[in-house]
Write a protein that binds this ligand. Sequence first.
Ligand code: FE2
Length: 180
Amino acid sequence: MQEKVRELWPELDWIADPGLREKVLATWVKAFELSPLEPRDLNEIPFTLLVPNCPITFMEHKRCVVHIARQAAQSMKEFLGRALPIDVDTVIAGAILADVGKLLEYEKAGGKARQSPRGEALRHPFTGVAVAMACGVPDAVCHIIAAHAGEGDLVKRSTEATIVHHADFMSFLPFKNLKK
Ligand SMILES: [Fe+2]
């Protein structure tokens, strides 16, 4: 499973701290153990159930978010870093883990993914934090998982969580506005 997760996520290698990289990898492995989905499903299922007939896959969307978040963090560090400390490792780890809880939010029916009863009770920010904490992921990264989505609007987001939140939404909201 570790190898399959590494194939899904070449961006794991961007995490400079080897201990953090291993914990992020372990979280994805554990989430697959708890999920009805398999790694190859993530290259097929749509990234959101909120956009009808969404043409973009889970992995295309999530990898795009990680790429945007990393580049944004680096640019902000370059120009604003004198006044605004940013931990790029935390941004990358948080972006890779933001939706890991979706593995526990979905179930497969007729070859398609749909929200499971567990997903209805506990959206992926909650289940994502549970799995990540069990794998020893640091609180600053769990905070990003917890606060990346709409629920996080009620939370004072860290700088790193703000970056991941916007990277996520700028690659999601335009799809809602696409002309059919
Ligand atoms: Fe999400």
